[in-house]
Design a protein around this ligand. Structure first.
Ligand SMILES: NC(=O)c1ccc[n+]([C@@H]2O[C@H](COP(=O)([O-])OP(=O)(O)OC[C@H]3O[C@@H](n4cnc5c(N)ncnc54)[C@H](OP(=O)(O)O)[C@@H]3O)[C@@H](O)[C@H]2O)c1
Length: 219
Protein backbone atom coordinates (compact mmCIF):
# COMPACT_ATOMS: atom_id res chain seq x y z
CA UNK A 1 0.00 0.00 0.00
CA UNK A 2 2.80 2.38 0.88
CA UNK A 3 4.56 1.72 -2.41
CA UNK A 4 1.39 2.27 -4.45
CA UNK A 5 0.49 5.48 -2.63
CA UNK A 6 4.06 6.78 -2.90
CA UNK A 7 4.16 6.03 -6.61
CA UNK A 8 0.87 7.81 -7.34
CA UNK A 9 1.64 10.77 -5.09
CA UNK A 10 5.06 11.28 -6.68
CA UNK A 11 3.41 11.17 -10.10
CA UNK A 12 0.99 13.90 -8.95
CA UNK A 13 3.98 16.09 -8.11
CA UNK A 14 4.08 15.64 -4.34
CA UNK A 15 7.45 15.48 -2.61
CA UNK A 16 7.38 11.91 -1.28
CA UNK A 17 9.62 10.43 1.41
CA UNK A 18 9.48 6.70 2.15
CA UNK A 19 10.66 4.71 5.16
CA UNK A 20 10.52 1.22 6.60
CA UNK A 21 12.01 -0.63 9.57
CA UNK A 22 15.16 -1.66 7.65
CA UNK A 23 16.44 1.81 6.85
CA UNK A 24 16.69 4.05 3.78
CA UNK A 25 19.36 1.95 2.00
CA UNK A 26 16.82 -0.84 1.57
CA UNK A 27 14.48 1.57 -0.22
CA UNK A 28 16.99 3.14 -2.62
CA UNK A 29 15.85 1.21 -5.70
CA UNK A 30 12.13 1.77 -5.09
CA UNK A 31 12.70 5.45 -4.34
CA UNK A 32 14.68 5.92 -7.55
CA UNK A 33 12.00 4.14 -9.55
CA UNK A 34 9.08 6.21 -8.25
CA UNK A 35 10.87 9.53 -7.78
CA UNK A 36 10.75 9.61 -3.97
CA UNK A 37 13.34 10.06 -1.23
CA UNK A 38 14.34 7.18 1.06
CA UNK A 39 14.59 8.41 4.66
CA UNK A 40 14.65 7.17 8.24
CA UNK A 41 11.41 6.67 10.15
CA UNK A 42 12.16 9.85 12.15
CA UNK A 43 12.69 11.89 8.99
CA UNK A 44 9.53 10.44 7.42
CA UNK A 45 7.48 11.59 10.42
CA UNK A 46 8.64 15.18 9.98
CA UNK A 47 9.04 15.29 6.21
CA UNK A 48 5.77 16.79 5.10
CA UNK A 49 2.17 17.80 5.58
CA UNK A 50 0.76 14.28 5.54
CA UNK A 51 2.27 11.09 7.00
CA UNK A 52 0.82 7.80 5.81
CA UNK A 53 1.20 4.72 8.02
CA UNK A 54 0.95 1.72 5.71
CA UNK A 55 2.32 -0.92 8.07
CA UNK A 56 0.90 -4.01 9.76
CA UNK A 57 -1.31 -2.92 12.69
CA UNK A 58 0.92 -4.64 15.26
CA UNK A 59 3.93 -2.67 13.94
CA UNK A 60 2.43 0.58 15.25
CA UNK A 61 3.59 -0.58 18.68
CA UNK A 62 7.17 -0.94 17.37
CA UNK A 63 7.45 2.63 16.07
CA UNK A 64 9.90 4.70 18.12
CA UNK A 65 8.36 6.28 21.25
CA UNK A 66 7.87 10.01 20.79
CA UNK A 67 8.13 9.73 17.01
CA UNK A 68 5.63 12.56 16.54
CA UNK A 69 6.59 14.58 19.63
CA UNK A 70 8.14 17.44 17.65
CA UNK A 71 5.93 17.15 14.60
CA UNK A 72 3.50 20.10 14.32
CA UNK A 73 -0.16 19.37 15.14
CA UNK A 74 -1.08 20.51 11.63
CA UNK A 75 0.64 17.43 10.14
CA UNK A 76 -2.01 14.84 9.28
CA UNK A 77 -1.41 11.15 10.02
CA UNK A 78 -3.32 8.61 7.92
CA UNK A 79 -3.70 5.00 9.06
CA UNK A 80 -4.34 2.56 6.20
CA UNK A 81 -4.25 -0.43 8.54
CA UNK A 82 -6.49 -3.39 9.18
CA UNK A 83 -6.10 -5.65 12.20
CA UNK A 84 -5.55 -9.28 11.20
CA UNK A 85 -5.15 -11.28 14.43
CA UNK A 86 -5.02 -14.75 12.88
CA UNK A 87 -3.20 -14.03 9.63
CA UNK A 88 -0.60 -11.49 10.68
CA UNK A 89 -0.83 -9.38 13.81
CA UNK A 90 -1.41 -11.89 16.59
CA UNK A 91 -4.03 -10.98 19.16
CA UNK A 92 -4.09 -7.42 20.48
CA UNK A 93 -6.21 -7.53 23.64
CA UNK A 94 -7.49 -3.95 23.48
CA UNK A 95 -8.87 -4.45 19.97
CA UNK A 96 -10.28 -7.86 20.85
CA UNK A 97 -12.05 -6.12 23.73
CA UNK A 98 -13.66 -3.56 21.43
CA UNK A 99 -11.21 -0.76 20.68
CA UNK A 100 -11.32 0.16 16.99
CA UNK A 101 -8.27 -0.67 14.85
CA UNK A 102 -7.29 2.95 14.18
CA UNK A 103 -8.04 4.07 17.74
CA UNK A 104 -5.48 1.55 18.91
CA UNK A 105 -2.95 2.79 16.35
CA UNK A 106 -3.58 6.40 17.44
CA UNK A 107 -3.02 5.36 21.05
CA UNK A 108 0.27 3.63 20.16
CA UNK A 109 1.68 6.63 18.32
CA UNK A 110 0.21 9.22 20.73
CA UNK A 111 -1.41 11.13 17.90
CA UNK A 112 -4.86 11.34 16.27
CA UNK A 113 -5.15 9.53 12.94
CA UNK A 114 -7.43 9.68 9.95
CA UNK A 115 -8.52 6.26 8.69
CA UNK A 116 -8.39 6.02 4.91
CA UNK A 117 -7.32 3.66 2.11
CA UNK A 118 -7.89 0.64 4.39
CA UNK A 119 -10.79 -0.74 2.39
CA UNK A 120 -9.36 -0.83 -1.12
CA UNK A 121 -7.00 -3.53 -2.31
CA UNK A 122 -3.55 -2.35 -3.39
CA UNK A 123 -4.25 -3.60 -6.92
CA UNK A 124 -7.40 -1.47 -7.23
CA UNK A 125 -5.58 1.51 -5.74
CA UNK A 126 -2.82 1.03 -8.30
CA UNK A 127 -5.04 0.54 -11.34
CA UNK A 128 -8.51 1.95 -10.85
CA UNK A 129 -8.14 5.66 -10.09
CA UNK A 130 -9.91 7.86 -12.67
CA UNK A 131 -10.61 11.59 -13.03
CA UNK A 132 -13.46 13.18 -11.08
CA UNK A 133 -16.78 12.89 -12.93
CA UNK A 134 -15.92 9.55 -14.58
CA UNK A 135 -18.87 7.13 -14.49
CA UNK A 136 -18.60 4.34 -11.88
CA UNK A 137 -15.66 6.01 -10.14
CA UNK A 138 -14.77 4.04 -7.01
CA UNK A 139 -15.41 5.85 -3.73
CA UNK A 140 -13.30 5.66 -0.58
CA UNK A 141 -14.37 6.47 2.99
CA UNK A 142 -12.39 8.82 5.20
CA UNK A 143 -13.00 8.82 8.97
CA UNK A 144 -11.46 11.04 11.60
CA UNK A 145 -12.07 13.62 14.27
CA UNK A 146 -10.35 16.76 12.96
CA UNK A 147 -12.42 18.44 10.21
CA UNK A 148 -9.29 20.12 8.80
CA UNK A 149 -7.27 16.91 8.72
CA UNK A 150 -10.16 15.00 7.21
CA UNK A 151 -10.67 17.68 4.54
CA UNK A 152 -7.00 17.33 3.52
CA UNK A 153 -7.38 13.55 3.17
CA UNK A 154 -10.67 13.84 1.29
CA UNK A 155 -8.84 16.10 -1.21
CA UNK A 156 -6.01 13.58 -1.47
CA UNK A 157 -8.45 10.75 -2.20
CA UNK A 158 -9.98 12.81 -5.00
CA UNK A 159 -6.54 13.73 -6.42
CA UNK A 160 -5.65 10.02 -6.45
CA UNK A 161 -8.66 9.24 -8.62
CA UNK A 162 -11.38 8.18 -6.18
CA UNK A 163 -14.60 9.78 -4.97
CA UNK A 164 -14.03 10.93 -1.39
CA UNK A 165 -16.76 10.03 1.12
CA UNK A 166 -16.76 11.47 4.64
CA UNK A 167 -17.47 8.43 6.81
CA UNK A 168 -17.66 10.29 10.11
CA UNK A 169 -15.48 10.53 13.18
CA UNK A 170 -12.95 7.88 14.21
CA UNK A 171 -15.58 6.28 16.47
CA UNK A 172 -17.51 5.53 13.26
CA UNK A 173 -14.56 3.88 11.54
CA UNK A 174 -15.71 0.36 12.48
CA UNK A 175 -18.05 0.76 9.50
CA UNK A 176 -15.09 0.46 7.11
CA UNK A 177 -13.04 -2.12 9.02
CA UNK A 178 -12.15 -5.58 7.74
CA UNK A 179 -14.99 -7.62 6.30
CA UNK A 180 -17.76 -5.00 6.61
CA UNK A 181 -20.16 -4.43 3.70
CA UNK A 182 -17.96 -1.45 2.64
CA UNK A 183 -14.73 -3.46 2.70
CA UNK A 184 -12.76 -3.86 -0.53
CA UNK A 185 -15.76 -3.99 -2.84
CA UNK A 186 -14.80 -1.11 -5.14
CA UNK A 187 -18.18 0.59 -4.66
CA UNK A 188 -19.20 3.92 -6.12
CA UNK A 189 -20.24 6.72 -3.78
CA UNK A 190 -23.98 6.03 -3.32
CA UNK A 191 -23.38 2.29 -2.87
CA UNK A 192 -20.50 2.97 -0.46
CA UNK A 193 -22.74 5.22 1.67
CA UNK A 194 -25.40 2.48 1.76
CA UNK A 195 -22.79 -0.14 2.67
CA UNK A 196 -21.42 2.01 5.49
CA UNK A 197 -24.97 2.52 6.79
CA UNK A 198 -25.73 -1.21 6.53
CA UNK A 199 -22.81 -2.27 8.75
CA UNK A 200 -23.82 -3.88 12.05
CA UNK A 201 -21.74 -2.82 15.04
CA UNK A 202 -22.45 -6.06 16.91
CA UNK A 203 -20.69 -7.97 14.11
CA UNK A 204 -17.27 -6.20 14.05
CA UNK A 205 -15.34 -9.25 15.23
CA UNK A 206 -17.45 -11.59 13.11
CA UNK A 207 -16.85 -9.51 9.95
CA UNK A 208 -13.14 -9.69 10.61
CA UNK A 209 -13.14 -13.42 11.33
CA UNK A 210 -15.17 -14.16 8.19
CA UNK A 211 -12.76 -12.16 6.06
CA UNK A 212 -9.70 -13.80 7.58
CA UNK A 213 -11.26 -17.24 7.05
CA UNK A 214 -11.99 -16.43 3.44
CA UNK A 215 -8.43 -15.13 2.90
CA UNK A 216 -7.05 -18.32 4.49
CA UNK A 217 -9.15 -20.48 2.20
CA UNK A 218 -8.02 -18.62 -0.92
CA UNK A 219 -4.29 -18.64 -0.05
N1 LIG B 1 -2.38 -5.02 0.69
C1 LIG B 1 -3.57 -4.46 0.56
O1 LIG B 1 -4.24 -4.64 -0.48
C2 LIG B 1 -4.12 -3.59 1.65
C3 LIG B 1 -5.26 -2.85 1.38
C4 LIG B 1 -5.78 -1.98 2.33
C5 LIG B 1 -5.15 -1.86 3.56
N2 LIG B 1 -4.05 -2.63 3.83
C6 LIG B 1 -3.44 -2.47 5.18
O2 LIG B 1 -2.36 -1.56 5.02
C7 LIG B 1 -1.27 -1.94 5.89
C8 LIG B 1 -0.05 -2.26 5.03
O3 LIG B 1 -0.39 -3.37 4.24
P1 LIG B 1 0.55 -3.88 3.04
O4 LIG B 1 -0.22 -4.93 2.34
O5 LIG B 1 1.08 -2.71 2.28
O6 LIG B 1 1.72 -4.55 3.88
P2 LIG B 1 3.17 -4.99 3.39
O7 LIG B 1 3.18 -5.17 1.91
O8 LIG B 1 3.56 -6.10 4.28
O9 LIG B 1 4.05 -3.71 3.70
C9 LIG B 1 4.21 -3.29 5.02
C10 LIG B 1 5.29 -2.25 5.04
O10 LIG B 1 5.47 -1.84 6.40
C11 LIG B 1 6.86 -1.82 6.69
N3 LIG B 1 7.02 -2.05 8.13
C12 LIG B 1 6.73 -3.15 8.84
N4 LIG B 1 7.00 -2.97 10.13
C13 LIG B 1 7.47 -1.70 10.25
C14 LIG B 1 7.92 -0.92 11.34
N5 LIG B 1 7.93 -1.39 12.59
N6 LIG B 1 8.36 0.32 11.09
C15 LIG B 1 8.35 0.82 9.82
N7 LIG B 1 7.91 0.13 8.74
C16 LIG B 1 7.49 -1.11 8.96
C17 LIG B 1 7.42 -2.95 5.84
O11 LIG B 1 8.79 -2.79 5.58
P3 LIG B 1 9.91 -3.49 6.50
O12 LIG B 1 9.41 -4.87 6.82
O13 LIG B 1 11.11 -3.46 5.69
O14 LIG B 1 9.98 -2.62 7.70
C18 LIG B 1 6.63 -2.76 4.54
O15 LIG B 1 7.23 -1.79 3.74
C19 LIG B 1 -1.77 -3.15 6.66
O16 LIG B 1 -2.28 -2.77 7.90
C20 LIG B 1 -2.86 -3.73 5.78
O17 LIG B 1 -3.81 -4.46 6.52
C21 LIG B 1 -3.52 -3.46 2.90
Amino acid sequence: MGGVLARHLAKLGHHVSIANSRGPESLAALAAEIGGTPVSIFDAAKAGEIVILAIPTKAAADLPRGLFANVPDSVVVIDTGNYHPELRDGHIDAIDLGMLDSQWVAQQIGRPVIKAFNNILAKSLLEKGVPSGTKERIALPVAGDSPEAKAAVLRLVDDLGFDPVDSGVLDDSWRQQTGTPAYCRDLEAAALRRALADADQTRIAEYRAEREASLSRSS
